[in-house]
Design a protein. Structure first.
Length: 323
């Protein structure tokens, strides 16, 4: 399954520069496709990105999330068919909202790992009352404060509080159920125009999850800083609702859950992708290994232990650390 991130943010906040620097820093070993939505006739951003990455789909003269929705999806299909990327980044126009793009990518069977909103920490007060800016923040589950080198610690903390206030007020909801689309979100800083690697930890491909299910000696480990991965095996004879209940009870410290599970009431095993409060399921034929869930987050040992105590069908083995 192809992984993707949606990059949003108001006009002039530094989306393209941050995206360029971040992908060069963290994804030089991946086959990356960038889809840029230009608002206007001159594709400056697309020209910049085409010098860094192998492929860019540039869509001009409109908004990727409304008038050009069909063109967007057909363009993504073309990139998938021609170039078979591992990761797709979609940079939306500063004048558009991100959620329709999120839905389009999911409709195409692409795993959306996060909707990243870039915020100008220095100039937030000048545009924070704009309705599009509010819904860009509300429609994201990863909010990155950019241009932090231009503000003091006090100004940065003020911007963070402003962003959280906007997020809580404009967090998007399911119109039918009234529940939040993204139950969890994170606010972080860009460092010299680069998003920290922590945000992207745990972006596993299906074959990598299968490999973890087989490799019993290399499952439980800490990555960098406080980011931790914990692997849990599931007992047989569980139903889909059992899995759904676990994912409804994920604490905020856990921001990703990946896994493959077999249930009694779904014919094929399910690939699970939970990212910052949003979850998607895809069927996987021919999987016969153990059902497995991988939890990724900050200092999550105690929270994962509490989950396994609450749900008796979850088994947290004691593994030695990988050498």
């Amino acid at each position: 399954m192809i992984q993707s991130f949606v990059i949003t943010g108001f006009l002039g906040v530094g989306k393209t520069t941050m995206l360029t620097n971040t992908v060069k820093e963290h994804f030089s070993d991946k086959k990356v496709a960038i889809i840029v939505n230009e608002f206007g006739d001159i594709g400056i951003d697309g020209n910049i990105l085409s010098n860094v990455y192998s492929e860019v789909l540039e869509i001009s003269e409109g908004c990727i999330c409304c008038q050009l929705a069909e063109e967007f999806e057909s363009g993504v299909i073309e990139i998938m068919n021609k170039y078979n990327p591992e990761i797709i980044f979609v940079e939306t126009s500063g004048a558009s909202e991100p959620f329709p793009i999120f839905l389009s990518l999911q409709n195409l069977g692409i795993s959306v790992e996060g909707v990243i909103c870039v915020v100008d920490a220095k100039n937030l007060d000048s545009y924070k009352d704009n309705s599009t800016a509010k819904y860009q923040i509300g429609g994201s589950n990863i909010i990155i404060l950019n241009k932090t080198d231009l503000v003091s610690e006090l100004e940065l903390e003020h911007a963070r509080k402003e962003v959280i206030e906007i997020k809580e007020k404009f967090n998007i909801k399911n119109n039918l159920t009234g529940k939040m689309i993204f139950t969890n979100y994170v606010v972080d800083n860009a460092q010299q125009g680069v998003v920290k690697k922590d945000i992207f930890n745990g972006v596993f491909k299906t074959e990598e999850i299968i490999g973890l299910a087989k490799d019993y000696n290399h499952l439980d480990h800490t990555t960098e800083d406080s980011i931790t991965q914990k692997v849990v095996y599931l007992k047989e004879n569980i139903n889909f609702n059992d899995i759904d209940e676990v994912l409804q009870n994920i604490p905020k410290s856990i921001y990703r859950v990946k896994g493959i599970v077999r249930t009694l009431d779904v014919p094929n095993p399910l690939v699970i992708n939970y990212s910052f409060g949003n979850v998607s399921y895809d069927e996987l034929e021919g999987y016969s290994e153990k059902s497995i869930l991988i939890f990724i987050g900050e200092s999550i040992d105690d929270d994962v232990l509490l989950l396994t105590e609450k749900f008796e069908f979850m088994n947290l083995p004691k593994f030695r650390l990988a050498k």
